[in-house]
Design a protein around this ligand. Structure first.
Ligand SMILES: NC(=O)c1ccc[n+]([C@@H]2O[C@H](COP(=O)([O-])OP(=O)(O)OC[C@H]3O[C@@H](n4cnc5c(N)ncnc54)[C@H](O)[C@@H]3O)[C@@H](O)[C@H]2O)c1
Ligand SMILES: [Zn+2]
Length: 358
């Protein structure tokens, strides 16, 4: 169990097998109303919706199930509207709560609905992808996309509880699982060299989805995210380190047409480029940059993007548009060594280009 200490907004993250069936019990002490809504998608819903509903009913709750289509397009104001209408039709009230059952898309959408319906009702995260378990379900950032870009509308709304049931990962497609590993490796690079070393040792076990290894690694990632969020809940500084590899990664996602790369794949390429920049700009030892590249490779993630000179230009332009840019300069999170990064480094465009073509 991991505690996210945020004063009155503190909550627990539970990681383990067969946790879904305990959901009702876990919700009982939280002082929530009886009525609740499970928001899920068309892939997680058919697999885990019934089980989740039963578990809540066993705890004395009365759940309504709302299913949105699977995929990033569901993270829209249109889906938000549909959810509001159903919540209102079923008379959910101030003490009612929402359960987000699915990946990061469902978590961000359901969390945003919870943050805004009746000016905010409680919600519980039940993440079912590796990415959602180690990243999106923790920290309280919720929101949806606009045509103009990803995550442009949102709020900070912390969940009351996060339940990571490792059983749900068994049905996750391989590509999605590997994409989640890109965030897992990130935590090692930004915060914890022993996690990184453990991943070097246990990558084969992780790829086999060994429960014991997964439980420990996921819990450690949540601990790190919780620790960072506790120190900087609303991203005025330190929280930026979670964006290691993301400046390039986001730009790659945007310019290659959303869908070509999964987020985890794009940030794999982004983190490797950031490591190369770190070697030149901040003295990250070459041997450590090489270990970083090799670990992503062993996780089955892409290490470089084959880009035409035209796409290079578009990539750099897209980086300028990233939310993390201030005063026209692209600011990078860079590593001094594995386990220790710094944020706010301005990097000349030529260095970025070199890192991408190396
Ligand atoms: N709020 C945050 O702090 C934060 C952080 C990182 C990412 N995100 C957001 O998270 C989203 C990405 O999340 P994701 O990678 O989980 O994507 P996702 O929610 O789209 O899930 C990936 C795919 O797996 C399916 N799926 C989910 N659980 C499954 C299971 N157990 N078995 C089989 N299939 C399953 C989904 O239906 C989907 O098709 C993005 O929108 C991103 O912006 C948010
Ligand atoms: Zn990410």
């Amino acid at each position: 169990m991991v505690n996210v200490s945020l004063g009155q907004r503190s909550y627990e993250i539970k990681v383990g097998l067969e946790l879904l069936s305990t959901l009702g019990q876990e919700c009982m002490p939280l002082g929530l109303g009886k009525r609740c809504a499970i928001i899920t998608d068309s892939k997680a819903g058919p697999r885990y919706g019934k089980h989740t509903k039963l578990a809540l009913q066993r705890g004395g709750f009365e759940p309504l199930v709302i299913t949105v289509p699977a995929g990033e397009t569901a993270k829209s104001l249109k889906s938000v509207q549909k959810c509001y209408d159903q919540l209102a039709a079923h008379r959910l009230e101030r003490k009612s709560f929402i359960v987000a059952l699915g990946g990061g898309v469902v978590g961000d959408l359901a969390g945003f609905v919870a943050a805004t319906y009746l000016r905010g009702i409680p919600f519980v995260q039940v993440p079912t992808t590796l990415l959602a378990q180690v990243d999106s379900s923790v920290g309280g950032k919720v929101g949806v996309n606009l045509k103009a870009g990803k995550n442009l509308v949102g709020a900070f709304h912390q969940p009351q509880l996060v339940i990571c049931d490792l059983n749900t990962l068994k049905t996750l497609p391989d590509r999605e699982f590997r994409a989640g590993l890109a965030e897992v490796i990130k935590y090692g690079i930004i915060y914890d060299v022993s996690l990184f070393e453990r991943l070097e040792r246990e990558m084969p076990k992780l790829l086999q989805r060994d429960s014991e290894t997964l439980a420990q690694v996921i819990a450690r990632c949540c601990e790190i995210k919780a620790d960072v969020v506790r120190q900087d809940e609303t991203e005025t500084g330190l929280r930026a380190i979670l964006n290691f590899g993301h400046t390039i990664g986001h730009a790659l996602e945007a310019t290659s047409g959303y869908g070509k790369y999964l987020h985890g794949e794009a940030i794999s390429i982004g983190q490797i480029a950031a490591a190369r920049i770190s070697a030149k700009h901040l003295g990250l030892p070459q041997s450590e940059a090489a270990r970083i590249t090799s670990l992503f490779e062993r996780a089955g993630l892409p290490t470089s993007a084959k880009l035409s000179s035209d796409s290079h230009k578009r990539l750099l332009a897209a980086m300028q548009l990233d939310k993390k840019v201030s005063g026209g300069q692209i600011k990078f999170v860079l590593a001094r060594k594995i386990g220790q990064v710094e944020f706010g480094h301005a990097v000349p465009a030529s260095l970025i280009e070199d890192a991408l073509t190396e």
